[in-house]
Design a protein around this ligand. Structure first.
Ligand code: PMP
Length: 287
C-alpha cells in the first residue's frame, strides 16, 4: 500500500501527488519548507516549525493559503492515514504554477503538500563511532543575498558543498561564511566542546536557526553546562575536544574527524554522549 500524501487539502496516494512542470518551486526553487519529526505520536516542536515556516514564507513574500492550525491538523491527519506514530514530516509550500518567467507576480496559488515518511541520513555506526567531515570550499550564501534563516527550496549552495563531501567520501561538509567564520554544515548546525564549554556559532554567522540547535542549547542549560554562542574559526574546530552536528533528520551526530585532523580523542566525547542521551529522553519520554 502506498503512502498517502496531503496536497492542498486532500489526501492522495503518493503516486498521484504531483507538481506541475510550470510550478515555480520546481522552475526556480521558489518556495519554503520544513523538515519535522514525530516521536511516539507527537509532532516534535510543531509550533516552532510552523512559526519558522510562516517566517520563511513572509521573508520571500509568499502567502501560505492555509492557517497554521489547518497545517497542524493536516500533519496529524496524514500520519494517521499512514498508520504512523514515528515519522519524518516534510511540509512544502511552492510558489505554485506560473509562466516561464521568474516573476512570482505571474503565479496564482501556492501549492502545499505534506509527506510523512521515514528518514535515515547517516548509518547507525556514525552515531556511536563518530563521523568524518570536510571543510567545503563553497562558501555559505551571505545573509545579504539570501538569508540562511529562510528555509527555502533553493538548496543549491548547500548541495554544491555536499558534492564536495561526496567527492571526499564523507557525509557532511562544514561551510564557512564569506568572512571566514564557521557557519554550519549543509543540512545541520555545528557545535564544539572546548575545555568543558559548549560553543556554537550565533545566528548572525549566517545560519539556519535550527530547532534541534535550540533544543540542545536548552538541554545544555538544564544540565548546567556552560554554553556560548560565539563566532568560531576553522582552527577552533580543529582544536576542539569534541564536535557534533544537530538537525531534525540527523538528530545529534558526533564528529570525530574534519579534513585530515582528528578531533579530540577520535571518539565521541563525554559531553556529546550526555547530550545525545538527554536528547533521546527528551524526544521519547515514554521509553
Ligand atoms: N542548517 C541547515 C542548512 C539545514 O538545512 C538544517 C535542517 N536540515 C539545519 C541547519 C538544522 O535545522 P533543524 O534542527 O531545525 O532541523
Amino acid at each position: 500500500m502506498s503512502l498517502k500524501v496531503w496536497m492542498d487539502g486532500e489526501l492522495l496516494p503518493a503516486e498521484d501527488a504531483k507538481i506541475g512542470v510550470y510550478d515555480h518551486g520546481l522552475l526556480y526553487g521558489d518556495g519554503v519548507f520544513e523538515g519535522i519529526r514525530a516521536y511516539q505520536g507527537r509532532v516534535f516542536k510543531l509550533d516552532r516549525h510552523l512559526r519558522r515556516l510562516y517566517a520563511s514564507a513572509q521573508a520571500i513574500s509568499l502567502v501560505i493559503p492555509f492557517t497554521a492550525e489547518q497545517l497542524s491538523r493536516a500533519i496529524y491527519e496524514t500520519m494517521e492515514a499512514n498508520g504512523q506514530s514515528d515519522a519524518y514530516v516534510r511540509l512544502v509550500v511552492t510558489r505554485g504554477p506560473g509562466d516561464l518567467g521568474l516573476d512570482p507576480g505571474k503565479t496564482k496559488t501556492p501549492v502545499v503538500f505534506i509527506i510523512t515518511d521515514r528518514i535515515a541520513l547517516y548509518p547507525e555506526q556514525m552515531y556511536t563511532e563518530g563521523m568524518s567531515i570536510i571543510t567545503a570550499k563553497t562558501v555559505r550564501t551571505p545573509a545579504q543575498s539570501l538569508n540562511p534563516k529562510v528555509k527555502s527550496l533553493n538548496y543549491l549552495n548547500n548541495i554544491l558543498a555536499r558534492i564536495e563531501a561526496n567527492k571526499a567520501g564523507v557525509s557532511e561538509a562544514l561551510m564557512l561564511s564569506c568572512d571566514g567564520y564557521v557557519a554550519e554544515c549543509t543540512g545541520d548546525n555545528i557545535f564544539i566542546v572546548k575545555e568543558g564549554k559548549v560553543l556554537t556559532p550565533p545566528v548572525s554567522a549566517g545560519i539556519l536557526e535550527g530547532i534541534t540547535r535550540d533544543v540542545v542549547i536548552e538541554l545544555a542549560a538544564k544540565q548546567g553546562l556552560a554554553l556560548e554562542e560565539s563566532q568560531l574559526r576553522q582552527e577552533d574546530i580543529y582544536a576542539a575536544d569534541e564536535c557534533f552536528l544537530t538537525g531534525t533528520a540527523a538528530e545529534i551526530v558526533p564528529v570525530t574527524k574534519i579534513d585530515d585532523k582528528v578531533i579530540g580523542t577520535g571518539k565521541p566525547g563525554p559531553i556529546t554522549k550526555r547530550l545525545i542521551d538527554s536528547f533521546h529522553k527528551y524526544v521519547q519520554p515514554h521509553t
